[in-house]
Design a protein around this ligand. Structure first.
Ligand code: PMP
Length: 307
C-alpha cells in the first residue's frame, strides 16, 4: 500500500508555505466539525520527461460537487486548481518518484452553513514508480454510512473515520486493506478505493447507490475493459460473492488497480489474469506509454526542467 512521508512545503491561502505554517484556526468548522472536501490527484512522469496529472478535470468537478453537497463555496477555478498543483509539485518533484497530492477545501470561516468560506490547501507526497504489490484483504465489521447519514458520494474527511477504524481492525487480522459493507450488508467499497471483482470472465463493481464513491478510476477501468474486450458490469455484490470470486482488486487514484491475494483467509488467483491485464493497461496509459482515450493527462508546466 502507498506510503505518505511528510514533505517540507504545502500550499495554502493562494501560495506555497513551509509545512509548519500550513495551519488552521482551532475555532473554524474545518477543525471542530471536520468540515472539508478533498481530492487526491496523482502525477506521473512521462516518456518525454514531463510530469502530468491524471484526470485533473474530473477531480476538480468532483471537488466542486462534494463542496456543493456540503454547502461549501468553492471560489477556485479549474485553472487556479491546476496552477496550485503545478506550483506545489514543481517545488517538491524528484525525477525518480511520481507524486500524489491531497487537494482539500477547508471551511475556514462561518458556522452551521452561515457565511461559510473556504481555502484550498494542498499537500503532496512522493510515490514509488513500481506497480503496487498484491495485498491481503478482509471484510470489516464496520459499515459504510448510508446516503441519508453521511453520504459516501461526498468526498469529505469525516467519511474516512470509519475507514480508519476498519484499517485498525484489519491490522489486527493481518489484512492490508478492508472492505466496508453498506447498511444492507452488501459490498460498498474499500477504505480508500472501490472494489473490482471477477467471476468467470466478467468484472463487477458495486454502483455508487451501494455506498461507493463515484470513482474516476472505475470509469476509466470500465472503458479500458471495453477496449480489451472484457465485460464490465455495475451491480450489487453480496459478501459471499467475495469469498468465491476468481479475482479481486481495489481501484482508485492512489492505489490504481491493486490486486488481492486473499479475502478473509480465502486464497484468490495468484495470477489475477483479468485484473492484471487491466492494471497493466491503466499504468501504461497514465504513464503515457500507451495513451488511452479514457485517461486524460494534464501537463504541469512548472515541472519542466526539474528532471
Ligand atoms: N472510494 C473511496 C472511499 C476513496 O477514497 C477513493 C479514492 N478517491 C475511491 C473510492 C476511488 O475514487 P477515485 O477512483 O476517483 O480515486
Amino acid at each position: 500500500m502507498a506510503q505518505l512521508q511528510r514533505p517540507e512545503i504545502a500550499y495554502m491561502n493562494g501560495k506555497l508555505v513551509q509545512w509548519d505554517q500550513a495551519v488552521l484556526h482551532v475555532g473554524c468548522e474545518a477543525v471542530i466539525r471536520g468540515l472539508n472536501v478533498f481530492e487526491g490527484v496523482k502525477a506521473y512522469w512521462q516518456p518525454d520527461r514531463s510530469l502530468k496529472i491524471a484526470m485533473a478535470h474530473q477531480h476538480y468537478v468532483r471537488l466542486c460537487r462534494s463542496a456543493r453537497l456540503l454547502h461549501m463555496p468553492c471560489a477556485v477555478t479549474y485553472e487556479e486548481y491546476v496552477s496550485a498543483i503545478d506550483q506545489l509539485i514543481a517545488a517538491l518533484a524528484k525525477p525518480d518518484r511520481d507524486m500524489w497530492a491531497r487537494t482539500t477545501l477547508f471551511a475556514i470561516d462561518g458556522h452551521w452553513g452561515d457565511n461559510t468560506s473556504t481555502d484550498l490547501v494542498l499537500t503532496a507526497y512522493h510515490q514509488d514508480k513500481s506497480p503496487s504489490k498484491p495485498i491481503r484483504m478482509g471484510v470489516s465489521t464496520w459499515r459504510r454510512s448510508a446516503d441519508v447519514s453521511l453520504p459516501p458520494r461526498v468526498k469529505t474527511g469525516s467519511n474516512y473515520e470509519v475507514s480508519r477504524l476498519a484499517r485498525i481492525e484489519g491490522r489486527t487480522r493481518g489484512c492490508d486493506d478492508m472492505i466496508l459493507l453498506n447498511p444492507s450488508g452488501r459490498v460498498a467499497e474499500a477504505t480508500a478505493s472501490c472494489i473490482l471483482m471477477v467471476r468467470g470472465d466478467t468484472v463487477y463493481t458495486p454502483p455508487p447507490s451501494e455506498g461507493a464513491l463515484e470513482s474516476i478510476t472505475v470509469d476509466a477501468v470500465e472503458s479500458i475493459a471495453s477496449s480489451l474486450g472484457i465485460v464490465f458490469i455495475r451491480r450489487p455484490i453480496d459478501r459471499t460473492e467475495l469469498l468465491i470470486a476468481d479475482e479481486l482488486a481495489i481501484c482508485g487514484t492512489l492505489h490504481e488497480i491493486t490486486v488481492a491475494t486473499s479475502i478473509d483467509g480465502f486464497a484468490l488467483s495468484e495470477k489475477s489474469p483479468i485484473l492484471g491485464a487491466i492494471q497493466r493497461r491503466y499504468l501504461d496509459a497514465v504513464r503515457g506509454m500507451n495513451p488511452h482515450p479514457a485517461v486524460e493527462l494534464t501537463s504541469l508546466p512548472s515541472v519542466r526542467g526539474k528532471q
